[in-house]
Design a protein. Sequence first.
Length: 67
Amino acid sequence: MAYRSARTGRYVSSSTAARHPRTTVTEYGGNTSRSTNYRSAITGHYVTESTARRHPNTTVTERGKRS
């Protein structure tokens, strides 16, 4: 399991994730699709691109695999 900051996009430790749960996303696996997805750090749900633009500090962009 890996933890990533929605603000910086960098991977963080589990203790940092515990201290900042609203801005940290827990990753269980990589984005296996070829598209770009956006996920809320607060809810963990996937959101639309427009929602991601409105909330850049609490949304993580997951880029798909290149062909």
